[in-house]
Design a binder for this molecule. Sequence first.
Ligand code: HEM
Length: 456
Amino acid sequence: MSCPIHPKPLKNKASLLFTFFIKRNSWLNGLFERSYSMKTGKVNLPGLEIVVANELPLVKNIMVDDVAKYPKNHLLHELLEPLLGDSIFTTNGCTWRKQRDLLNPAFAHARVSKVFALMKQSTDDMLKRLDKVEENSRFDMDAEMTFVTADIIFRTIMTAKLDADSAQKITAAFTRFQNQSLKISMLRMFKIPLIFSYKERQRQQAAAEIRGALEKVIRPRYDAVTRGEETESVDILSSLLLTRDPDTNERFSFKEIVDQVSMLFLAGHETSASALSWAFYLISEYPEIQQEAYKEIQTVIGDREIEAKDIKKLSLITAIFRETLRLYPPVGFMMREAAEEVTLRDKIVKIGKSVVVSPWLIHRNKDNWDRPHNFEPKRFLEEQKTPLKSKYLPFGMGQRVCIGASFAMQEAVLIIATILQRYRVEAIKGFEPQPVGRLTIRSENGIDVKLFKRKK
Ligand code: HEM
């Protein structure tokens, strides 16, 4: 069986230059065969020098043991600032610690199982939309995954339902933000001032549109808390609204709340949408595995509705999702910078220079995984017994590990099981998704499939 799609590595530096100027829509197009197996590498782009750490002990050192030496990169902060402000995703030091302490309880396991019912409301609505799709027609799973994951975030964070019109507007604005951000990062590399850039204006506008949509939901709740009318924590937004800074006893300002909610919205739906879309691409390409997953659903759930207790029993579906996260990790690279001069093997990294850890490279390195480009979900039924350490890090690792990992796993297994219980998902002959690496790894041309309702 052939491997699922991935961009062909480059042969030499001349082809890198070609790629940089012709196919510069994605960093995935700039990788060489040896990028996958190197222990460390240096990327010299105009105006930007990056050391890539691939060797597992180095990765652990950067992400876990010596984490204070490798804070989050200031470039990432600058790039995301119009949308996320000073949110937990890009802050460092005490600011980050406070934000993390505040958000941790909301994502604790018990809380995650509590939000199952809200996630289920979203998947029920998703089924209503899928039921309207004409059988045997071309259906873009990527668009649906973006909608349902955004709706789940709206409901669980803010107890608000996302209507189709707003979902479409927010998604379109976010696509514009991502596209322009990539172009802006190129301009920055060449040290071109952004003040008069049309792309920068478009990017700021897109960020303002998304923040505006979120503000509409947050504003009445914020005012209710200020007037003392909302006093109990009903969702993640209320825990943000009600909490007080232990040092100053002040509540978060409106802007600070919008920063954190924008970040949760972005980190929480863009990543899950990416991974779920790739999962359905793989499921459609491997019908035998899909059939086994269907059998698992029949054994565990049958034809009744899915309940929270079923999730952990769906081990093959969990393995399919984990293998998807290995092959297409939504966060393909994690950017840090050196807080002091450090040496990574033979490479000296000067203070302030960039260091990258790339799940995309680590997950496809043949020293870490047998047949690394193949889709073999059952490896996770075996691997679950042994710790995966730093060779598997779709959710990052160490103190900056993803706060929403269990939330995302529950959501993904629920969505995959809900769709496979009712539909057979078929690949479309001749359709090939085009993976592009931007803020997350998405398919440039969507994930087109056909849906066939299963006979009861
Ligand atoms: C499949 C889905 C997801 C993937 C693959 C994913 C991946 C990641 C990764 C790799 C990081 C670490 C980035 C770094 O160290 O530079 C991260 C951080 C984070 N993620 Fe996720 N994520 C997912 C879903 C979610 C969800 C559902 C939420 C919340 C609702 C969330 C919230 C966050 C937050 C707040 C951080 C920052 C944590 C910190 O810096 O302390 N993520 N995520």
